[in-house]
Every structure is written in structure tokens, then in C-alpha cells.
Design a protein around this ligand. Structure first.
Ligand code: FES
Length: 501
């Protein structure tokens, strides 16, 4: 039984195997990034009669969308009271309705295509453990109900851990995200449309048509959608408008009597999030623990803390895997979906789903596929991706750059944490070599992997993530594998090779 850093969803599905781009191709729409946003958008555009090319730098549905807990819900922690305060009742209600529509879209596609992905309806709960938070929880339930959502306050939960009360949303859902996404992928490839994997886009030149440059060829497309978690293109400045946030997660086989109906997430930190999945070897508990800004926490310690909590409250047969995920959070907690910048009709994007990317990503696909075709969409204005840049961009950009400067200076001036010779198999650290600081990893066979500590996006110093065995950038969340290859951006280029001698 595996007990590794690959997510349960990735470990229980075969890898996809689409060809890479080998020659120039011309399509109506190029979609960059094959996670739930890119796959859903490409699927809906093709269904509407457009030719699409979906381009993934690595393998489809393995990066951000392969690391989710896969709750399909419009209950996003405590958000509705905030939305009412910041945007008013009408917008808050529309936010809820749009996420319910995304849930219905997934349910409809599962039914129509007969997707065997464990999709099942389930109530969702946001619960508090501390009675001091009961007013906020009760207020959220009241607000959500008033907005027309399927909400109620409950003071009884079918769970074995302590709680004080919860918001409950009825008729939400959960599924195996990769089984769902791999099936949609099959619908995209063929008939004049394409899925290309292992094809990294290096630049997009706007024009008529746009030119999407890759290392192997050029895609020509009338419109281009950048769906790479945070857009890898800096146009639009999204790296200054959203911050990267990571949670640790785990999957464990549990005894059947541990299973309860529902999906649960706590108000308090460290996060306690629990749901169950029916796997071939019996019930599987999917849990998430502490969250922190990427590169600013200790994923290994947080995963150990989560595992101890799970073992205390559930009858665990075996821990299957532990991993860390990442998503971006916007300043106002609402995703950005739409034009990359207001002056351009050519470039489109979606980002910052605040860890609720299954509904948010599906909704992004629905909105983008409408807007690209010139069709009205009832929710597009709520998520307008240019909404903040016009008003608050300068100040947020400045504060973010100060943060970047701090990481850059701090990272480059402090000495390496360890000597390379001290690294044991499975360990990584910033070490001091003759050439200076080096990001070094000693693999399980004792082979050293050494790369530059300098992130290729804007020059911050990467930090070791021992849980997922990757290098994370604390500035804008780029992630690199042990040989420096980009797992996800905004970085495009790999970490440079380095020498330990
Ligand atoms: Fe921006 Fe690394 S992701 S500096």
C-alpha cells in the first residue's frame, strides 16, 4: 500500500497519455492548462461547435486539480455574510446561485455521459468547535437561507469529534475528480480539436490570430484562455492581486463504522476537513489540515498533526497518502474570471478559487465559454477579472512587491540550512556549497539532485516542501520538482541546475 506524497486521486487513476504538440496547429480557441478550468472550458467550447486545443505543460488533471478534496458545493466556509457586507445581498445571492449552477452542471454531465466517478449527493457542513464562534456560524446560516440557498443551522452532527454547531447546506455533492476530468478529456480530443500534454507554453503574442508559442511549435488561435492556476503570463498583474495558500491533506482507509454522511470543514484553524469516498479497497477518509501561505508553514509537521487528529477520531486501517495542495485567494475572496485585461478581447483567464475550485473551476468554464462566444452570462459581472486592477491595483501591487523584496533579500542573505553531506535519503534543504547556496535533495537511493535556489519568476528563494517533495516559492506560489521542472507557475522556466562542489 502506498504511503507517499501523491494524492489519492492521482494514485488511483491511470496517467493520461495525450501526444505533445509536434507541429503548428490552428484552432478557434487555445486553452492553456488542463485542470478543471481548462478541461471544462475546452469541453463546453467544443460542444458549442468551436475547435479547441487544450495544452498542458505536464500531464492533465495532475497538478492543482489532482490535489483537491473534491467537494462540489456552494458552501465555502463562512463567506456569505462577508459577501453581503462587501457587495450587497444581490451579488451575494448570485454568487451562491452561480455555484449551485456549477454543481448542477457537474451533476448533469455525470448523468449524461455516464461518468463512473463516485459522484454522490451529500450535505455539506461548516462547523465550529468553539462556542465563541456559534454566533458567526448561526449568522452565516441565516444569511445563506435569506439569499435562497439550501441552508440551515444545526447543533447536532454525526461526527466523532467535538463540535458546537454548524451551517448545513443540503443536496451538495462529492466525487473522484480525476475520473470525472479524464472522461471529459476524451470528449475534447478529436474532430478538429486537440489535447496536447508535455507541451509547455512559453509565450502568447496577441493578434489576429494570436500565436501561442511552445517549445515544439506554434498554435494559432482567435482567442486564448490561460487556465494555469495563477496565470503564467504577468499581463493583468494577478500575482499581486491574489496570494497562494496551501493546505496539507491525507487519505486513509478506514473501518466502515467510521463512515458518516456529509462533508465537513471547521471554522477554526488548524483546518479540520473531512469527507469519505468509496474506494475499491473500502471506505477512504479524505481530510485536510492546517493551511498557510505557500512556503510559510511546515507541511510535514502539519501533516503529522492532521494524521494524529484523524487517528484519534476515526478507526484507521492504513494511511494511503499525504500531500499538500495549493490555491490562490483573491483580496475580496471572489475568483477572477474573464478578460486578462480590459483592453484585450484575445486573452482570457480564471484564477483565485480560494480552495473551492471544483465548483469555481466549473463555473469558470461556463462563464468563459459563454463570453468567448459572445453570449451573455448572468454571473460574469460578479467575477469580472479586471474589477480590482482598476481601483486598488497600485497599492496591492506595492505591498506584494515589498513582500517579494523581503523574501528575496532574506532568502539570499541567510546561510544554507544544512551541509549537503548531512542530507539523508528523502531529505531536501538549502545547503551551502562552494558556489553558494544550492537547493539540494537526496533521493531514496542516495542520489543528490541540486538546483538553483532562485525562482525563475521574480527571483525569490525557494523553500523545501518535505511533504510533497517539491520546492515551493513563498512569493507567488510557483512549485518546482526535485530536478527544478515547473510543476505549476506562474514561473515558466525551470530552476537552473546547480553544482554541490
Ligand atoms: Fe514569483 Fe517565485 S513565484 S518569485
Amino acid at each position: 500500500m502506498a504511503h507517499d506524497s501523491r494524492s489519492y486521486w492521482i494514485d488511483t487513476t491511470p496517467p493520461s497519455s495525450y501526444r505533445s504538440l509536434q507541429q503548428d496547429v490552428k484552432v478557434d480557441v487555445a486553452v492553456i492548462g488542463a485542470g478543471i478550468v481548462g478541461i471544462t472550458t475546452a469541453f463546453l467550447l467544443k460542444r458549442a461547435g468551436l475547435s479547441v486545443a487544450l495544452v498542458e505543460a505536464r500531464r492533465a488533471a495532475e497538478q492543482v486539480s489532482g490535489l483537491t478534496t473534491a467537494k462540489v458545493t456552494s458552501l465555502h466556509g463562512l463567506i456569505y455574510a462577508d459577501l453581503v457586507r462587501n457587495f450587497g445581498e444581490e451579488t451575494a445571492a448570485a454568487y451562491g446561485r452561480s455555484n449551485e449552477a456549477a454543481l448542477a452542471k457537474i451533476a448533469g454531465l455525470v448523468s449524461e455521459l455516464g461518468i463512473d466517478c463516485g459522484f454522490e449527493r451529500s450535505p455539506a457542513y461548516t462547523f465550529c468547535m468553539d462556542a465563541a464562534n456559534l454566533d458567526a456560524v448561526r449568522g452565516e446560516a441565516d444569511t445563506a437561507l435569506r439569499l435562497g440557498l439550501p441552508a440551515s443551522f444545526v447543533d447536532q452532527l454525526p461526527v466523532p469529534f467535538p463540535f458546537a454547531g454548524a451551517v448545513r447546506f443540503d443536496n451538495q455533492a462529492q466525487f473522484h475528480p480525476r475520473l470525472y476530468l479524464l472522461r471529459l478529456l476524451r470528449e475534447i480530443d478529436g474532430g478538429g480539436s486537440h489535447v496536447f500534454e508535455n507541451t509547455r507554453v512559453t509565450d502568447v503574442q496577441e493578434g489576429q490570430p494570436c500565436r501561442v508559442e511552445t517549445r515544439a511549435g506554434t498554435l494559432q488561435a482567435g482567442r486564448v484562455i490561460v487556465a494555469t492556476n495563477l496565470p503564467f503570463l504577468d499581463r493583468g498583474g494577478f500575482f499581486a492581486l491574489a496570494y497562494p495558500y496551501a493546505h496539507v491533506a491525507m487519505a486513509a482507509l478506514v473501518e466502515p463504522e467510521s463512515v458518516v454522511e456529509g462533508m465537513f470543514i471547521s471554522v477554526e484553524e488548524p483546518t479540520r476537513s473531512v469527507r469519505f469516498h468509496s474506494g475499491p479497497d473500502g471506505p477512504v477518509l479524505i481530510a485536510t489540515g492546517a493551511g498557510f501561505k505557500t512556503g510559510h508553514g511546515n507541511p510535514e509537521a502539519a501533516a503529522a498533526d492532521l494524521e494524529a487528529w484523524v487517528s484519534r477520531h476515526f478507526r484507521v486501517r492504513a494511511v494511503h497518502s499525504r500531500w499538500s495542495n495549493e490555491d490562490f485567494v483573491s483580496k475580496d475572496r471572489v475568483p477572477f474570471i474573464g478578460r486578462m485585461r480590459s483592453a484585450s478581447d484575445a486573452l482570457w483567464t480564471a484564477t483565485a478559487f480560494g480552495a473551492w475550485g471544483m465548483t469555481g473551476g466549473t463555473l469558470a468554464g461556463m462563464i468563459l465559454s459563454d463570453l468567448i462566444r459572445g453570449e451573455p452570462n448572468p454571473w460574469a459581472s460578479i467575477y469580472d477579472s479586471t474589477r480590482i486592477a482598476a481601483t486598488k491595483g497600485a497599492s496591492t501591487f506595492l505591498s506584494e512587491n515589498l513582500d517579494v523584496a523581503k523574501e528575496w533579500v532574506g532568502g539570499h542573505l541567510t546561510p544554507g540550512e544544512r551541509a549537503a553531506a548531512d542530507l539523508r535519503p528523502g531529505e531536501g534543504a538549502i545547503v551551502t556549497a562552494a558556489s553558494g547556496k544550492v537547493a539540494a535533495y537526496c533521493d531514496e537511493k542516495g542520489k543528490m539532485h541540486a538546483v538553483s535556489v532562485t525562482c525563475t519568476h521574480m527571483g525569490c528563494t525557494v523553500v523545501w516542501n518535505g511533504l510533497s517533495k517539491v520546492w515551493d516559492c513563498p512569493c507567488h506560489g510557483s512549485r518546482f520538482d526535485i530536478d527544478g521542472e515547473v510543476v505549476f507557475g506562474p514561473a515558466i522556466d525551470p530552476l537552473a541546475p546547480a553544482s554541490l562542489s
